[in-house]
Design a binder for this molecule. Structure first.
Ligand SMILES: Nc1nc2c(ncn2[C@@H]2O[C@H](COP(=O)(O)OP(=O)(O)OP(=O)(O)O)[C@@H](O)[C@H]2O)c(=O)[nH]1
Ligand SMILES: [Mg+2]
Length: 212
């Protein structure tokens, strides 16, 4: 049986005002934040259970506003898994997803990474501009999962973080099974990820941001 990591680093990306901070604050503190205060960069730590197993997440809440993009792009390589957010009420934020996706891809040298596309603010039914089908089709193109959330109504807030944790665990499972099959031989992917974990250490060690 695979011994999963006790902690993972997750980064939230997406355009300004799509609800990244509201989602993470609902997840970590259980509070919905009504006012919009653009993020430069914040870091959170939160322990929770996924499928009966405890895990600690270090969550990087990145800037969506253009003026802070450079800071965001410097930090993305620290993420192991990503939530890519747009607002279902804002087609512009859906179109902006591609540039966030490309920034993630660049930061990970174009290797595939655990990714969940998140359509936020699904409580705003009358203002919807993107259908679930359109959101899912985009996620499928990137080999990602798709989920819709509402930080206001507490819909799928825990679930979107659990989804990315499951993807990370599945990769660990795959690696462990691969190494058993390879009878101790190091695969290219394994040696790469070891280097990466050395280089990466922890978000908490490297982040210049506020830890909340
Ligand atoms: N109705 C509704 N409003 C939301 C939801 N999530 C966020 N909002 C509102 O949307 C606005 C922007 O939310 P933020 O979480 O600050 O957006 P952000 O993506 O962190 O923005 P940046 O930090 O600039 O990138 C705030 O006024 C929130 O109250 C939601 O699920 N439902
Ligand atoms: Mg924010």
């Amino acid at each position: 049986m695979t011994r999963f990591s006790s902690h993972y680093e997750i980064a939230l990306c997406g355009g300004g005002g799509v609800g990244k901070s509201a989602l993470v604050l609902k997840f970590v503190k259980g509070q919905f934040v009504e006012e919009y205060d653009p993020t430069i960069e914040d870091l959170y730590r939160h322990q929770f259970h996924v499928d009966g197993k405890s895990t600690c997440l270090e969550i990087l809440d990145t800037a969506g506003q253009d003026e802070f993009r450079a800071i965001r792009d410097q930090m993305l390589h620290l993420g192991q898994g990503f939530l890519l957010l747009f607002s279902v009420t804002d087609r512009g934020s859906f179109q902006e997803l591609t540039s966030s996706y490309e920034a993630i891809q660049r930061s990970k040298d174009f290797e595939s990474v655990p990714l969940v596309v998140v359509g936020t603010k699904c409580d705003l039914v009358d203002r919807r501009q993107i259908s679930p089908e359109e959101g899912k089709a985009q996620a499928d193109l990137w080999g990602a999962e798709y989920v819709e959330t509402s930080a206001l109504d507490n819909i799928n807030v825990q679930e979107c973080f659990a989804m990315v944790v499951r993807q990370l665990r599945a990769i660990e499972d795959e690696k462990e099974n691969g190494s058993k099959k390879g009878k101790g031989k190091k695969s290219k992917r394994q040696s790469g990820s070891k280097d990466e974990s050395k280089k990466k250490k922890s978000l908490l060690n490297q982040a210049q941001c506020t830890i909340l």
